[in-house]
Design a protein around this ligand. Structure first.
Ligand code: 5AD
Ligand code: SF4
Length: 429
């Protein structure tokens, strides 16, 4: 058996792409290894969303030079968003790289490894019609692609340039993939797309959720990512109504300033966003809302930044991911006048993170002595006498139990000690 080592950077979409690369490579006689020195094939599945992700990749790529020196027959490939963005340039810059494979072309991995120094980065109009096998770790939760690409062109974002135009997978092939996953023992699926609310095939996203909700044996449905401009009341109602759809939504706000939102090309105002949050909370009691924030977008004033701070205080998110603005090639925002110095971006990011830490802690504290439903994922890695799982609102729970809990089992848990990033609890049954 040949051996492949895959190192993945970036988002859930990218991690799932690695599972599919592995599914395709399995069929070609490869099995996965954990150490690049044991591998016949090394693949970096890269991310270009921010400069930092890119730097991390380039420094790891540099380190594989000596792996190749020691074992000249090892093949090294670059996949993912940096592959798409840089293409040919990667081969020139790193002579030890054997192939470059963009995210729209993972189905051509066989061709990439069997030809000399190939660069496969064409726009792929068929991607959504292909059923690409995935090799997933055994577990309770699986990722499932429902759409590829993005048409939104937020002014800071490189994704529309790397992942191409938006295309939805046919609903019946999504449903049959999930049926198969359920027969293999998975209990939860996370439907993946850059903007799931604009899913459209024979049906729309709400229609798809209804179909998936009807799959017997499936227990939980999650989805990422939603765009506030496309989040309609029909979807909000469906989240409330469909029993398997979890009470959690990741709804990137990005900024609390209408002026900055306009420059970001987000196509909603703070008022629009607040209305949707209100409707979500009124329709889906107990729903957890998480978000993404960018600190220090070009021209952002202290006043704009304070609008974001006020938004965080007003909305009280369950959790956020916050980032310093990072200028990306090809994007409008990278060319705007008024780029802010690193110190200001960092200062604002830290203020945002400090505030949200307090909010998250306060929110979790409200769960003390409450009973929640947890889908058990297995033993806890840090404390083997404990079990671990997630609430429907996507919070991690460390569970003490007087009997062994099975992965895939749903238990009622009373929360004893809430922390900022997890909850401790006792199984009640
Ligand atoms: N700089 C900083 N953050 C960014 N994101 C996307 N592009 C950039 C960028 N150029 C963030 C957004 C998005 C998340 C996935 O990454 O907040 O929602
Ligand atoms: Fe995912 Fe975006 Fe990074 Fe590509 S650039 S891997 S789509 S986060």
């Amino acid at each position: 058996m040949k051996k492949v080592y895959i190192k993945t950077f970036g988002c859930q979409m990218n991690f799932h792409d690695s599972e599919r690369l592995l599914g395709l490579l399995n069929a070609q006689g490869y099995s996965a290894v954990e150490d690049p020195r044991d591998a016949d094939l090394i693949i970096f599945n890269t991310c270009s969303i921010r400069e930092k992700a890119e730097q991390k990749f380039f420094s790891q790529l540099g380190r594989t030079k000596h792996v190749k020196r020691r074992n000249p027959s090892v093949k090294i490939g670059v996949a993912g968003c940096i592959a798409q963005q840089r293409g040919e340039e990667l081969l020139k810059r790193a002579p030890h790289v054997d192939f470059v494979l963009g995210p729209q072309n993972i189905s051509r991995i066989g061709e990439a490894i069997s030809t000399e120094r190939s660069v496969i980065t064409e726009e792929n109009e068929e991607l959504h019609t292909l059923d690409i096998p995935a090799f997933r770790k055994k577990g309770v939760s699986a990722w499932v692609n429902i759409m590829y690409g993005c048409n939104n062109f937020c002014s800071y974002c490189i994704v529309p340039y790397t992942r191409g135009r938006e295309r939805s997978r046919p609903a019946d092939s999504i449903v049959s993939e999930i049926r198969m996953l359920v027969s293999e023992g998975y209990k939860e699926v996370t439907l993946l797309g850059q903007n799931v609310n604009s899913y459209r095939s024979e049906t729309d996203f709400v229609g798809l959720l209804r179909m998936v909700n009807g799959i017997e044996g499936l227990e939980r449905i999650r989805f990422v990512t939603s765009h506030p401009k496309d989040l309609g009341s029909d979807l909000i109602n469906a989240i409330g109504e469909l029993d398997k759809v979890c009470e959690h939504i990741h709804l990137p706000l990005q900024s609390g300033s209408d002026r900055i939102l306009r420059l970001m090309n987000r196509k909603y105002t703070m008022q629009d966003y607040l209305k949707k949050v209100e409707l979500l909370r009124a329709t889906v009691p107990g729903i957890a809302i998480t978000t993404d924030i960018i600190a220090g977008f070009p021209t952002e004033t202290e006043e704009d930044h304070q609008a974001t701070i006020r938004a965080l205080e007003e909305i009280q998110f369950d959790g956020i991911f916050a980032f310093k603005f990072s200028p990306r090639p090809m994007t409008k925002a990278s060319e705007m006048k008024g780029q802010l110095p690193e110190e200001i971006r960092l200062e604002r990011l830290n203020e945002i993170l400090r505030l949200q830490d307090k909010i998250t802690e306060r929110k979790n504290a409200l769960l003390k002595d409450k009973t929640v439903e947890v889908l058990v994922e297995g033993s806890s890695e840090s404390a083997p006498e404990l079990f671990t799982g997630r609430t429907r609102t996507n919070k991690i729970v460390n569970i003490r139990a007087d009997r062994p809990l099975m992965a895939g089992e749903t238990v009622k848990v009373r929360i004893t000690t809430p922390h900022r990033h997890s909850l401790d609890g006792i199984a009640l049954s």
